[in-house]
Design a protein around this ligand. Sequence first.
Ligand code: PLP
Length: 389
Amino acid sequence: MDQSLSISQIINELGEDRELYFNAIAPPIIQTSNFAFKTVDELRTAFEDEMGGYLYSRGLNPTVDILRKKLAALDGAEDCLVFNNGAAAIFAGVMANVKAGDHIVSVVKPYTWAQRMFDVILPRFGVTTTYVDGTKIENWKQATQPNTTFFYLESPNSWDFLLQDISAVAQWAKSKNIITLIDNSYCSPLYQRPIELGIDLAMQTATKYISGHSDTLGGVLSGSNSMIKKIFDSEYLNIGSGIQPFNAWLLLRGLRTLPARFERISASTQKVLTFLKSHPRIEEVIFPLDPSFAQYELAKKQMLGACGLITIVMKAETRDEIVTFCEKLRHILMAVSWGGHESLAIPKCASLYPHQFDPGNREHKMIRLYVGLEDPEYLISDLSQALES
Ligand SMILES: *Cc1c(COP(=O)(O)O)cnc(C)c1O
């Protein structure tokens, strides 16, 4: 991809050829399963290389292609594939690059469905995984075995935002012929550019920030032409988890406003953060670009920004105090996911049985907030009244 393209040009122009569709500003949804051919030879060529043209929408589709070109360029990658959701992108990216007998090193506590794949699915095929505290490069080096072929990163993660030194891990992996994949969902390519830091495959869920409206799912996997072609020819076509044209169109629409939403959310996040940091009911506020964050220097070095997700550790002796806070919120909704217009809260204790709650465990008292597009004062007053109760 042409590195000189600006974000504005990528989002507003790249991949769009309006003369092909009546000069319509919004691209059409090419809602077709198959494409017709005039000659047997053209059909034969299409069978030979499905990535070379339009044959069947489980492979390539023109609406999806517009999105694909834009998302690859945003990642600074040669190419990308767009999946029906982020979990499918992770699955294809890992499955395409491991075989029986291989060993994976993963950052500890990766995204739920990545961990489920490592713990439940891959062992059935003779692939084992070691989890490491990813904050230190030595841990990656020590966990590397002769049969290690794959490193799985997630930086920052989406709960306590711990980081990996992306360049250092990528450099070590390269020296050992190990393929690297990072879950870049927290930052998106606007705030972190893993391919430029040496990572082979950059994954992000498009469900969150790219959609931006909580109305569709999607997932992106970016990398070199050869890596993406390999995944397309096997896992992408075989699993059949490519995004559908209508959902691709929704993501294109969301993408138009991504930079504007990021600006708004970044500014609001700072205001909410300032409020939370001074509140007596809150023990700790976790945010990667706050000077109190343990890896603040690394965050500043490798991230271009941070916004949206903030985790608070509540001062609480009982589970009830956390439950009351969450249930008293009037405008901030309690739901999984993030990246939409609506602000959200989710307590860690929702994944524990009540009797398991331990007030001495910092993690049990965590509540993750997502700052959406509402007026920040509206959010602060909601947080304030819920904290008072
Ligand atoms: C949501 C999420 C995913 C998975 O994306 P889906 O589109 O929901 O499948 C992966 N990683 C992180 C960090 C996420 O938050």
